[in-house]
Design a protein around this ligand. Sequence first.
Ligand code: T5A
Length: 208
Amino acid sequence: MTFVVVEGPEGAGKSTLVRWLGTTLRAEGRAVLTVREPGGTPIAEAARKLALKSRHDRAFGAELFLFLAARADLVERVIRPALDNGQVVIADRFGLSTIAYQVAGRGLPRADVEAALRVATGGLTPDLTLILDIPVTVGRERQRSAGKAQDRIEREDDTFHTRVREAYRSASGPGIVHIDASQSKKAVQEAAWREVAAATGALSLRST
Ligand code: T5A
């Protein structure tokens, strides 16, 4: 069982990479579950709507707990059972998103958020975190070209998103790997595959 998380600012290519990793690992014969945060259970999808789509103003603390409620439900009901079942789980965002957006972006106190995060995850941490780095303007342009409608957080200004990007760039620790996401999709996939193949063990380090 391996828990892989793909992180990064808006439009970095996370969903594209998660889909590709899932397909590639399955082709290697691995049982893989891909999830997207926030979401993945009825409660988490409801929290996603409130966090990203609701027109009502909210306290930043309320926003934090919507993301954490979504995560708590997803971890307990989906991610943990899949890992216990021997599956590789690949998540599009996890706890580092909360540090980047709610701590660096919104300015909530880090130690308090980290404590709340531990409650939400039950202490589950990824084996591997791939952080896709992209300049804010390039990520926004990719979202625009893809025709994505902006949600509540994407509508924040470039100063907010620069703080988010810098939080990701300064992240370090066990299993954290930074990838330059301004490269071609193929180059990003190759860099990611080297890490995922090593983390999931039995896989050959074949060329993509
Ligand atoms: N949030 C989330 C918090 O504030 N706190 C939290 O704790 C959590 C979990 C979620 C929002 O919630 C916030 C952060 C977010 O604002 P979302 O709608 O789920 O929002 O979307 P995001 O996760 O933000 O994903 P994005 O839509 O920004 O994009 P991705 O997934 O990074 O990018 P992707 O793969 O959709 O690609 C975008 C476009 O770029 C192309 C793709 O084909 C696509 O068209 N692309 C590339 N083009 C050129 N070169 C490459 N290497 C490319 N890779 C992809």
